[in-house]
Design a protein around this ligand. Structure first.
Ligand code: ME8
Length: 517
């Protein structure tokens, strides 16, 4: 066997100051899909997600709720983990920044940056957004009609903060960062341009410790300071591989990360601060930071105060997990902002899933069960139409792989659904239900061709809809394991393989209100 190539992907770690919402689910699903794809495509994968539990936001939220940050983190981190499990996120580690091994990793990173001469004590005086856990320069802020000062970029309220603090010499890294961006480190392109122009504007040194509260990782050698939450948060990507033990087999195998998958609002932290910290500490840089867009509820930003925050658990209950995963990745070009709406998801379920794929599978496989003894049919000589159909399905593999490697999930799925549309046209044109009486041999060939196209489709779409595609592959007589990997895409269905009784994979979504009328 050839040695597998390692592939390490991470999501952002979420603040457990509240319950998870659909934006968190979206990121987890996208990252999980990417990792499942690489795993099926022969890579040895490592996948990390988790919760970001320190900092002022956690401390303040806990105070408001009359609890401790630790209890708040315990309660909500468990909810994030339950969400991930319910979404079938195939993480290898769910990290919590309060985990025992994490402080050591963060402190070692700090020491290395310090040893490199990049950390010095001073006083911070400026604007801070607790909601963003971010510092803003004066020209990034505005005073609104209510007399309060807000961040222009994110609209969050700011507080004037003055305290003793350690600083990181971020300004030293400007040129090296700009060079890094030229290598395609930040994706998509639009985000890369935004980040590069921010850095071109000049970098201030960054305050990296806090003294006015204590919910954080203590600064080595000065326990009056806790680290700025982003220093410890970003370090999670190293902690999960055993850092500071750089001899740890996980670290050796999986660092540097192949991709940090994050939302566009935190691109600056990942594309400016994080590579600068790593350069300073003499560690290799991740290969890619990919910033996805935001999900809106029918065009509106989701917020607790508007009351339009969508709970992923409720969506799964209403539409089904695979349907939700498919919708999110098919509907929204990955990297752009997108919209969630009931009508859009029902449209995808009923047309793409129930009609296009579900019906084709049901019609063809039930004919096999009824007329051909429930085994994969023996094809006769292939006609031009059969060959064209099979060639089209086989050709989509390369297109799909290229799209998924570029995290263009929507494009990969679109190309597969083009094949499904062709297969529906092929099936209708060949009329196997007529051939049943006139030319049973030819019917067997048409049903074989259709089943083989379904097999290719099902293998390819597994990363997006693991449950439904596993059921379809069961119905195609493909056992779990090697037969379901991308390496098996070239091995056509073996005639005579026994098939279980077919059953519908994608039910139609029926409006509950229509039933009540
Ligand atoms: O930012 N649509 O945590 P977080 C899409 N702890 N993505 C969304 C979204 C939406 N409506 N809302 C949030 C943090 N996200 C930090 C990260 S990483 C070292 C520390 C995404 O809970 C957001 O962009 O606010 C981020 O990638 C993730 O959810 C967690 O957000």
């Amino acid at each position: 066997m050839t040695e597998q190539t390692p592939f390490y992907a991470t999501t952002a770690i979420s603040y457990p100051n509240g319950r998870p919402h659909i934006g968190h689910a979206y990121e987890a699903i996208a990252a999980d899909t990417l990792v499942r794809f690489k795993r099926l495509d022969g890579f040895e994968t490592r996948f990390q997600t988790g919760t970001d539990e320190h900092g002022q936001k956690m401390q303040q939220t806990a105070e408001k709720l009359g609890t401790t940050p630790r209890e708040l983190a315990d309660t909500n981190s468990a909810r994030f983990r339950e969400m991930d499990d319910e979404l079938e996120i195939s993480y290898d580690r769910f990290i919590r920044t309060t985990d025992a091994d994490h402080a050591a990793a963060s402190q070692e990173l700090w020491r290395r940056m310090e040893a490199n001469g990049d950390i010095y004590p001073d006083t911070y005086a400026g604007w801070y957004s607790v909601r963003d856990e971010a510092y803003y320069a004066e020209d990034e802020t505005e005073v609104r009609a209510d007399g309060q000062r807000y961040s222009i970029g994110t609209g969050t309220e700011l507080t004037w903060t003055e305290e003793e603090s350690y600083f990181f010499r971020l300004s030293r890294y400007q040129d090296r960062l700009l060079e890094l961006y030229r290598s395609g480190f930040v994706q998509p392109e639009t985000r890369s341009h935004e980040i590069a122009s921010f850095v071109e504007g000049g970098l201030q040194d960054l305050s990296i410790s806090r003294t006015t509260f204590d919910w954080g990782v203590p600064v080595p050698g000065n326990p009056d300071h806790v680290m700025y939450v982003w220093v410890d948060a970003l370090t999670n990507y190293l902690t999960g591989l055993g850092y500071p033990d750089t001899e740890n087999p996980l670290f050796q195998r999986f660092w540097p990360a192949d991709v940090h998958l994050i939302g566009k609002d935190i691109a600056r932290f990942h594309a400016v601060f994080w590579p600068a910290f790593l350069m300073s500490a003499g560690l290799e840089l991740p290969r890619k930071v990919f910033a996805h867009g935001f999900l809106f509820n029918q065009g509106e930003k989701m917020s607790k105060s508007v009351g339009n925050v969508i709970d992923p658990h409720a969506l799964i209950g209403e539409y089904g997990l695979d349907q939700l995963r498919f919708f999110l990745l098919r509907e929204v070009p990955f990297g752009q902002d997108g919209n969630y709406s009931h009508d859009a998801i029902v449209g995808r379920i009923n047309s793409d899933l129930a009609n296009d794929l579900g019906n084709l599978a049901q019609r063809s496989l039930s004919m096999v069960a009824k007329n051909l003894g429930g085994t994969v049919p023996e094809p006769g000589e292939l006609t031009v139409e059969d060959r064209a159909m099979l060639d089209e399905a086989r050709a989509v593999v390369a297109e799909y792989r290229t799209a998924f490697d570029a995290l263009a999930f929507h494009r990969g799925l679109e190309s597969v659904w083009r094949v499904i549309a062709s297969a529906n046209r092929y099936f209708t044109a060949q009329q196997p239900w007529v051939l049943r009486k006139t030319d049973p041999g030819r019917m067997a060939t048409v049903l074989y061709t259709t089943a083989e196209v379904l097999r290719i489709v099902a293998v390819l779409v597994q990363p997006v809809m693991p449950g439904a595609m596993a059921r379809l592959l069961d119905q195609l007589g493909q056992p779990e394991g090697p037969a379901r990997t991308f390496a098996a895409l070239d091995t056509p269905l073996a005639p005579g393989t026994p098939l279980p009784k077919p059953s519908g994979v994608f039910p139609r979504y029926e409006e509950p209100t229509a039933l009540a009328d």
